[in-house]
Design a protein around this ligand. Structure first.
Ligand code: AHG
Ligand code: MN
Ligand code: MN
Length: 338
């Protein structure tokens, strides 16, 4: 019989070992990452059982984005809030599922971090057993003490101290950065631990995939249409054609492109220039990861990480992935407006 490997590098061991190189570190951020990992394990177990226990389907409510809310969205939101709200490491939270910032109860100590999350990304995938994810973003608070404020969560992506995502796919993976490269952990369900499986992930500079919902082609600017035609292979002197992949869950599309190289686009439309995706808890955290892995992310004009959010649920166009491919799109968009 094959026994499990007893020298696996768990996420806990990895984070502690990284932290030793920072004598000033207090361990608070590491502990916050474990809190999130715990929330992720709870969500993973519910996602796995969703088809069995018949909790899939609409909760009958509509979230602040005006989208139909799935029951698992609500569950995932609660799981993350509960995994972080009692430990004294966080001063305020914000979620895709809640209109206002989420305060920490009076009687709990208020910590130094502000956390934003998309608890269940790609939630329409649940109904057909396709991958979904969780995205999180962590900032150091700006306010001095007591309850955190909206200002604590409305910081430019460049100020993030950590960001990551969890993908509930054929296996469950947690990928994060604290600004020292991007590292990936796979959940070993037999021991209930995230184990290091992808150390220091680097994104190929040019990707083989492009990911975009092409049913919206007719709604894009001419320049955006030209860029995507480039990916079709219509512009061989400028860019080589790519293979198309679109899962419809940002986390899953991003993850494939991170590991294998590629570019994901969710452009603005002529009639809806800001696109669909949210800056603070979708675009910014993934942009931090992309840059840390050697990739890039832009809204078409500016690096995503430089945008200063004005409101919590702000949307942004997003082009993210392999550096050369993101630069190609940005260049074509620039030419289009010249
Ligand atoms: P969420 O489920 O958190 O609302 O996010 C859904 C997002 C994102 O995951 C995905 O990339 C995109 O919606 C897909 O949108 P389209 O169906 O318009 O392609
Ligand atoms: Mn999402
Ligand atoms: Mn969501």
């Amino acid at each position: 019989m094959a026994f499990p490997n007893t020298s696996v590098i768990t996420i806990e061991r990895f984070i502690i070992e990284k932290e030793r190189s920072y004598p000033e570190a207090t361990g608070e951020l590491s502990n916050l990452l474990y809190d999130i990992a715990l929330g992720a394990k709870i969500i993973a177990s519910a996602v796995r059982r969703a088809g069995l226990i018949n909790i899939i389907g609409s909760a009958g409510a509509v979230n602040v984005q005006g989208e139909e809310q799935q029951q698992l969205d609500v569950f995932a939101n609660d799981a993350l809030k509960n995994s972080m709200s009692h430990t004294g490491r966080v001063c305020v939270m914000a979620s895709e599922e809640e209109e206002e910032v989420i305060p920490i109860a009076e009687e709990i100590p208020h910590g130094k971090y502000a956390v934003l999350f998309d608890p269940l990304d790609g939630s329409s995938n649940i109904d057909n057993n396709n991958p979904v994810g969780t995205i999180f973003s962590i900032y150091r608070r700006k306010s001095m003490e007591g309850h955190g404020t909206l200002d604590d969560v409305l910081q430019p992506g460049r100020s993030q101290v950590a960001a990551g995502y969890v993908m509930y796919g054929s296996s469950v993976m947690l990928v994060y950065t604290t600004g020292q490269g991007v590292h990936g952990f796979t959940l070993d369900p037999t021991i209930g631990e995230f184990c290091l499986s992808h150390r220091d992930i680097r994104m190929p500079e040019t990707g083989k995939y492009y990911s975009v919902n092409e049913s919206y082609f007719g709604r894009w600017s001419r320049a955006m249409q030209r860029a995507v035609r480039g990916f079709h292979g219509d512009w061989p002197d400028r860019i080589q054609g790519k293979n198309s992949r679109y899962i419809g869950a940002l986390v899953a599309d991003f993850h494939r492109n991170l590991v294998s190289g590629g570019v994901f686009l969710y452009p603005g439309e002529v009639a809806r220039p800001d696109g669909k995706l949210r800056l603070c808890y979708e675009a910014s955290p993934l942009a931090f990861i992309a840059e840390q892995a050697g990739g890039a992310a832009t809204d078409g004009q500016n690096p995503i990480l430089d945008i200063v959010p004005r409101k919590l649920h702000q949307r942004t166009p997003l082009v993210i992935g392999s550096k050369n491919d993101v630069e190609f799109v940005a260049q074509v968009l620039r030419e289009g407006s010249e």
